[in-house]
Design a protein around this ligand. Structure first.
Ligand code: C2E
Ligand code: MG
Ligand code: MG
Length: 561
């Protein structure tokens, strides 16, 4: 008997030895069909070992994991290992819990695959396979979810599995390629790309879709990234009717244990992903990107810790800007606007707020700002002034139950100032779950606070927000207010917005009222309040403005529906 035949004969023993702790053992032929099955397939899948023989292995893999498994088989070159992918199987008994798959492809065995699948992988990081909710067409989580998932897993990984690296992959020309494909072709292209990334990622899980052309994955240091890059290029070329494919750029970065230890990995990654997605593809070059990535990590980690210090020490100030009743021209209430770097003057906080939003720190900031404003109201009250102040809170904070309950706890301490505290929901584009946000808004209204939807009209879904969120006041985005001064179309939009709010019994504020000429026109459109440089620029000193005479709540229920 030659050595090849001996090996063949010893197959069962070899498999058993190689994967002695596995629950299911499989041998697949070069085409991925099961030629041998062992282990507890009956209990897991409702199929005996013999039932499995002759079936394509992929047919018993859960739908979500198929693209990944196909890609893992496709790229595991002869002699290469399939190293700890987490997947679920799908049998007649339903989907199994996550299983850890290890395997080899052996030239001596006709290029067959030998796979071991184990439940409850105790000696590896136990990943939960992502469920289909929140996954993109590629089967990958979106940027935010990926950052969160990766952040949570990185600390464990750093200690249990050695150094990990982050590779960002950019596919130039992929959007054009998608345009060339029919819907079904587009979907299978996206799935194959997602599968290839997952197959190379730690646990078959730590990969994400940053935007339509950018992807990220966290992988072991010893992964040969060129295999993945070539594979993705092949997938795109094969899918392309013109066979042009895409240009694959990539950049790898060692994940410094520093970010992991500081426990800010999710935030740093989230910010980096957003920045990456904003890189102009024309300016993209691999070396600049990798320099960029490295310094981005440093800067981000530094900025996050700086921002934390600002929060902990409450190193920011409040500027006030009046919202005036257009009929009486008197301030009705003030909007509180955050100001950082007070020394450098009354500078817009926009950039810092955007950073906080992208780095997932906005809830902490919104709560700190609320605390500061409530304290200010309380102090002013003790000095005999009853001010009404609107605080901005980001849509993403309102959607966060931890923030909402912390805010309610804080409000409890200021129960006497219900009428004096209003809220403006900014960045409504960040709202994911309108039902949840509306419930939070109603809990604030029930506690006696009026709620305003800020920047109305600024996003595409404005009317949907208005339909699904019950609010007292709507602030019409400054762009519409200014637009109405210039074009007939602008006038029509402003009238329609104000009219709709009127019909719904919602009061309206026009933002960015800069000139006197706006006023009669806004009144004519049915707008109730105005805010802007005409009535007063934001100031640290509220006494710069005329004191409001009445402390009336905004009432607009005359035509309420
Ligand atoms: P916003 O809530 O829409 O605030 C109104 C912005 O318009 C303010 O910018 C204000 O200074 C500016 N503004 C007021 N009148 C005029 C005008 O007549 N013309 C022009 N061109 N601009 C005018 P600011 O203070 O730079 O704030 C920018 C944004 O930053 C705010 O927009 C809000 O989204 C956010 N922001 C500010 N403070 C906070 C805060 O405490 N928390 C949160 N979450 N966001 C905040
Ligand atoms: Mg506002
Ligand atoms: Mg606004």
């Amino acid at each position: 008997m030659d050595s090849f035949a001996a090996l063949r004969q010893d197959r069962d023993r070899f498999v058993a030895l190689a994967f002695s702790s596995a629950d299911v053992l499989l041998e697949l032929d070069g085409e991925g069909e099961v030629v041998f099955a062992g282990g507890s397939t009956a209990a897991l899948l409702g199929m005996t070992n013999d039932d499995l023989v002759g079936r394509p292995f992929i047919s018993v893999v859960a739908l979500n994991d198929r693209a990944m498994v196909e890609e893992a088989l496709a790229i595991s070159g002869v002699g290469a290992r399939i190293n700890g992918l987490v997947l679920r199987l799908e049998g007649v008994l339903g989907t199994t819990p996550p299983m850890l798959m290890l395997g080899y492809r052996l030239a001596e065995m006709d290029n067959h695959y030998f796979l071991g699948l184990r439940l409850g992988a105790a000696d590896a990081v136990a990943f939960s396979a992502p469920n289909s909710e929140g996954l993109m067409d590629s089967g990958l989580p979106d940027s935010r979810t990926f950052a969160k998932l990766a952040g949570e897993k990185l600390a464990e990984l750093a200690y249990e599995q050695g150094e990990c690296e982050l590779t960002m992959v950019q596919l130039r020309g992929i959007d054009d390629l998608r345009q060339r494909l029919p819907a079904a072709g587009r979907k299978s292209l996206n799935q194959a790309i997602g599968g290839a990334l997952r197959a190379s990622a730690v646990g078959g899980e730590l990969a994400g879709e940053i935007d339509s052309r950018s992807y990220g994955l966290i992988h072991h240091q010893d992964l040969d990234i060129s295999i993945l890059v070539n594979r993705v290029a092949d997938i795109a070329r094969e899918a392309d009717p013109e066979k042009t494919g895409v240009d694959v750029g990539h950049s790898t970065l060692g994940l410094d244990k520093a970010i992991i230890r500081k426990g800010e990995a999710a935030k740093a990654l989230g910010y980096i992903f957003t920045q990456f997605a904003e890189t102009d593809p024309n300016e993209f070059s691999i070396s600049s990107l990798s320099d960029g990535l490295e310094s981005m990590v440093d800067t981000t980690v530094h900025r996050i810790s700086e921002f934390r210090t600002i929060l902990n020490n409450a190193e920011f100030a409040i500027a006030f800007q009046p919202i005036v009743d257009l009929q009486t021209r008197r301030p009705h209430h003030f909007e509180a606007l955050a100001r950082f770097n007070v020394e450098s003057g009354n500078k817009s906080p926009y950039e810092t707020i955007t950073f906080a939003e992208q780095a997932g720190l906005i809830c902490d900031f919104d709560l700190a700002m609320c605390a500061k404003v409530f304290e200010w109201i309380d102090r002013a009250c003790m000095q005999g002034h009853r001010y009404k102040v609107a605080v901005n809170i980001s849509g993403s904070s309102v959607g966060n139950p931890t923030f909402v309950s912390a805010l309610h706890r804080l409000l409890q301490q200021y129960r006497g100032h219900r009428d004096g505290i209003l809220f403006e929901v900014t960045e409504s584009a960040k709202i994911k779950d309108l039902g949840k946000v509306n419930a939070a808004l109603q809990s604030l209204r029930k506690a006696g606070h009026q709620v305003c939807l800020d920047d109305f009209g600024a996003g595409a879904a404005a009317f949907q927000y208005l339909r699904d969120l019950e609010v007292d006041v709507v602030k019409i985005d400054g762009a519409y207010v200014k637009g109405a001064q210039r074009t007939a179309k602008g006038v029509a939009f402003l009238r329609a917005m104000a009219g709709l709010c009127n019909d719904l019994g919602i009061a309206t504020v026009a933002e960015m009222v800069e000139e006197e000429s706006y006023v009669p026109f806004l009144k004519d459109c049915g707008v109730d309040f105005g805010q802007g440089y005409l009535f007063g620029r934001p100031s640290f000193n509220v006494s710069d403005f005329e004191a409001p005479r009445s402390s009336d709540r905004i009432r607009k229920m005359s035509r309420a529906v």
